[in-house]
Write a protein that binds this ligand. Structure first.
Ligand code: FMN
Ligand code: SF4
Length: 503
């Protein structure tokens, strides 16, 4: 081949390669544009709606992480507050995809505090099993509340979470047949919209049922109770993440709508005091319960994280004097490691007793005073997987509530920015651009599926323990690993107290 032929061949080749390169770049550009449009208009994934194309890499890296993580990064059981294994179950349950795992457990079963369940050699045949039995709360009020639901949505106020999040939760709760707690921000139209049963929470500022100068506004209380959907009232004494601390929603976020719902002025800081000003003793608490119950005709309970049990014993003594009707209809026990939109680290980390300890102890105090049947027990705090819910039922809970489990169902990726208005999944932000990704109709299905799969798997676990339904679980069905690596029955560690006083 001559020199001129050679050089023209080289030029042609370079030309072809250049065209190919331009074509490839064009194709990539075309692909990005298509993906951008698809991601922007699809409704299933919040992240892809908010971060079109880019969010796809998250899924790729997440997938590849499964292969690389074991060499370089945190393993499945390491992250806090919720590790990847715990979150994955919630995501899969919410998406209703296969939740089975292969090969064997990746859980270290020797860590002190780990729970095993006592399988029965002759588990219940499927045809002999039953659905969870109904429980009636508030037998002495005009309108007791009866429900079979085991697993419900814990309090998160409209304000702490966004409108689309509240909408998705309320519709999902209705479809799943579970209740939703309003949190302390009052009752919004978005809570009512889905049609679910509602527990109205009365926070320390009494948002939604307060007079302008403070204290209860009886007309507003009656108005809230007049909604058929509002089934119960919960006085919030404290929440696990910030016992003894109030809260503030800055005036900038207090829109006309939020101001109306909460009963405060537009643009005014929404400040919750660190205690109900009118509740300073167990006697005050029982008076407040009595007042709300008589005014609304509906069951009334309270929510608290426990730091000790003496005051509960004093309350039970007082109930013994006043009569069994005076008791709270339910107690919600929150764990010291519960979640929040924002709180000081010292309170989040070190204040109050974790649920693992407080739940059995509170149940024992109620047993001791023969109040266990009268006062229903709700438990909350990191109970986002079936094994934890099953543990709580063994320990004596009638109901389990979860906030962060349902946030995972809504698509929360544990970015830990709930206090910054930059939540990438639109749950804890009022930024409309970020809320765009959270499509209530689609996420409501996830909420429903998460709750239904939770019920289903808790039922499977109880059948394996040899009982017909989850509410038949007892302490002897759970064993806890001790520091020396052996396990002991929960009934040995927390023997059920004998009654000493008749209420
Ligand atoms: C964003 C957010 C907002 C919350 N708002 C409230 C509230 O208004 N009232 C309340 O009693 N608890 C509130 N909580 C606490 C939860 O209701 C629950 O008690 C706690 O997070 C433990 O449950 P979990 O571990 O399933 O999240 C909030 C939690 C989160 C994460
Ligand atoms: S900021 Fe992060 S942790 Fe908080 S709700 Fe949004 S995704 Fe979840």
């Amino acid at each position: 081949m001559e020199m001129s032929q050679l050089s023209s061949f080289a030029i042609n080749t370079i030309e072809v390669l250049a065209y190919l390169f331009i074509f490839a770049v064009g194709m990539v550009f075309f692909w990005i544009t298509c993906m951008y449009v698809i991601d922007k208009i699809q409704k299933k994934s919040t992240l892809r709606r908010n971060y079109p194309v880019l969010a796809r890499f998250r899924y790729l890296f997440e997938h590849m992480g499964e292969f690389f993580r074991q060499y370089f990064f945190a393993n499945d059981r390491e992250e806090m507050p919720f590790n990847r294994a715990e979150r994955s179950w919630a995501y899969r349950a919410a998406k209703n995809v296969d939740s089975t795992v292969a090969f064997g457990s990746s859980r270290d079963l020797k860590i002190p505090g780990t729970t095993y369940f006592v399988n029965c050699p002759f588990p219940k045949l499927t045809e002999d099993t039953e659905k969870p039995s109904e429980v009636t709360v508030g037998p002495y009020c005009d309108k007791p509340y009866t429900t079979a639901s085991l697993f419900n949505i814990s309090g998160m106020s409209y304000g702490a979470i966004s409108i689309p999040a509240v909408r998705a939760l309320s519709s999902g709760a209705k479809m799943a047949g579970i209740w939703m707690n309003t949190g302390e921000g009052g009752l919004s139209p978005y809570h009512l919209e889905g049609g679910a049963d509602i527990v109205f929470q009365i926070g320390t500022a009494k948002f939604g049922v307060r007079k302008a100068e403070g204290g209860f506004d009886e007309a507003k209380l009656k108005d809230v109770a007049s909604h058929e959907q509002v089934k119960m009232f919960e006085i919030k004494l404290s929440q696990g993440a910030k016992p003894g601390k109030g809260g503030i929603l800055p005036g900038a976020k207090v829109t006309e709508e939020i101001a109306n719902i909460r009963g405060i002025g537009v643009g005014e800081d929404a400040i919750s005091p660190n205690r109900h000003p009118d509740i300073d003793s167990v006697s005050d608490l029982l008076d407040a319960i009595d007042y709300i119950r008589k005014t609304t005709g509906k069951p009334v309970g309270f929510k608290s994280v426990f730091g000790g049990y003496m005051w509960l014993e004093q309350m039970c003594d007082e109930i013994t004097k006043r009569g069994i009707e005076s008791a709270p209809d339910f107690i919600t026990i929150d764990s010291a490691d519960g979640g929040t939109g924002a709180a000081p680290m010292s309170l989040i980390d070190n204040m109050g007793i974790p649920l693992k300890e407080s739940l059995p102890q509170v149940v024992d105090v109620l047993n001791k005073y023969n109040l266990r049947e009268r006062v229903k027990v709700c438990a909350s705090g990191k109970l986002i997987n079936p094994s934890e819910v099953t543990w709580a039922l063994c320990a004596g809970a009638d109901f389990v509530n979860s906030a962060r489990g349902f946030m995972f169902a809504l698509g929360c990726i544990q970015a830990l920015q709930c206090n910054k208005n930059t939540c990438p999944t639109g749950i804890t932000t009022h930024d409309k651009k970020l809320q765009y990704g959270l499509v209530p109709k689609d996420k409501a299905i996830r909420v429903m599926q998460y709750a239904k799969n939770m019920h289903k798997e808790v039922e499977v676990m109880s059948h394996s323990c040899g009982v017909a339904q989850p509410r038949a679980l007892k302490r002897h069905h759970a064993r806890i690993v001790l520091p020396d690596g052996r396990s002991a029955g929960m009934d040995e560690l927390y023997p059920e107290t004998n009654q000493v006083k008749a209420a």
